[in-house]
Design a protein around this ligand. Structure first.
Ligand SMILES: NC(=O)c1ccc[n+]([C@@H]2O[C@H](COP(=O)([O-])OP(=O)(O)OC[C@H]3O[C@@H](n4cnc5c(N)ncnc54)[C@H](OP(=O)(O)O)[C@@H]3O)[C@@H](O)[C@H]2O)c1
Length: 347
């Protein structure tokens, strides 16, 4: 089996690349503009997925690609362009692989709980794969519609995975909750600020779900290679639920700070300009010199802590089809933070 892993430097793709490398039974082409920081046996192709000619040129000769894992993502402030560009990247890649590789058997696409409108307001929970689509635009709809249409009559099949709040390490990801929390807790301790949950009270008390990057990688490989999953979408989360009110004191203990009073404020407004403070912290504690903007995704953190409704997916379908892995979300988050500490990302 030979996999193309797009988005190989992202919070989803980086772990998928690592998982496939560790398995040892895959040949791997890792695609991203930056070079992934994962060791092991794979070939990296620096491809701009927005450029169809670049896709065709870099993939030329790779006649033996069997699986495509599509985890690339581009944030664009213009909503219409956001949809257009993210769809174009998928189209450019799949067309390039199809043109060159008669061996193609499967294309796996990463979507998310936003499929159900979780970002727009209160939605029907637990969200099931067959629930009707929300109104308005969503680039996942355009991507999946294109993929379904393209697949019709072909020998290859597709699948889609719908995780929520993917937690892992990656640099330069606009949506990395674990890393934003790590930077927030560190800044609170170093600047002597209270570690307050920054959202409205309802957010503190609502049900929420997380997805471990490693569990997600396992699920993606499972659904791409399990024939029963062909042409299906699956919710995949850790399988449990959290409330920030339960987790917050444990996070405070991890950072060695008092759990402050819950109060609503924007992390972006308060900490967006703290690059100099972060550089001082890096110097003081001998941390990895990562760019502040690349690890402090305040916009996404504000979004996560801004919702006032339950965010719950039903993951029964994946279990019924055979994927039964589960992770304790509180333990996962604390273990990840501990890993960031050991890797000298935070003190
Ligand atoms: N993060 C979450 O919490 C979360 C939750 C649910 C669903 N999802 C979905 O999961 C998917 C992946 O998200 P993510 O958070 O992993 O994204 P990410 O961390 O921002 O990674 C995006 C990846 O896409 C690559 N990329 C971007 N533009 C590219 C281009 N023009 N050419 C080639 N590669 C390009 C980036 O690599 P280079 O910059 O090195 O090129 C990077 O590896 C998205 O559809 C997202 O909506 C994410």
């Amino acid at each position: 089996m030979k996999a193309v892993v797009t988005g190989a430097t992202g919070v989803v793709g980086r772990y998928l690349l690592q998982h496939l490398v560790e398995r040892g039974d895959w040949d791997i082409l890792a695609l991203s503009r930056r070079k992934p920081d994962i060791g092991g046996r794979y070939e990296h192709l620096a491809v701009d997925l927005l450029d169809p000619a670049d896709c065709r040129q870099k993939l030329a000769g790779h006649r033996d690609v069997t699986h495509v894992f599509y985890t690339a993502f581009l944030q664009d402030p213009d909503p219409a362009r956001h949809v257009r560009r993210n769809t174009a990247m998928l189209v450019n890649l799949v067309e390039a692989v199809e043109a060159v590789s008669p061996a193609l058997v499967h294309v796996n696409l990463v979507e998310g709980t936003k499929w159900y409108g979780s970002h727009l307001g209160s939605f029907r929970t637990p969200a099931k794969e067959e629930h009707p689509r929300h109104g308005g635009t969503n680039f996942y709809f355009d991507q999946q519609d294109w993929l379904e249409a393209r697949q019709r009559g072909k020998a290859w099949t597709w699948s889609a995975v719908r995780p929520h709040a993917v937690c892992g390490f990656s640099v330069g990801s606009p949506m990395n909750l674990a890393l934003a929390l790590a930077v927030y807790g560190t800044l609170c301790r170093e600047l002597g600020e209270s570690f307050s949950h920054p959202g409205p009270a309802a957010n503190f008390h609502c049900l929420y779900q997380l997805t471990d990057s490693t569990l997600l990688a396992n699920a993606m490989v499972w659904m791409a290679t399990e024939p029963r999953c062909a042409n299906q979408a699956f919710n995949v989360t850790n399988g449990d639920l959290i409330r920030w009110e339960n987790l917050w004191p444990r996070l405070a203990r991890f950072f060695g700070v008092e759990s402050g009073p819950q109060r609503q404020f924007s992390l972006k407004s308060r900490f967006g300009d703290q690059g100099n403070a972060w550089r001082e912290i890096v110097k003081k504690h001998g941390l990895q010199a990562l760019r502040y903007e690349d690890i402090a995704g305040w916009g996404f953190a504000d979004f996560v802590f801004g919702s006032t409704w339950d965010i719950v997916s039903d993951t029964g379908k994946a279990r019924r089809f055979g994927f039964c892995e589960a992770v304790d979300s509180e333990e996962m988050l604390l273990a990840l933070l501990d890993g960031f500490r050991r890797q000298r990302v935070i003190p």
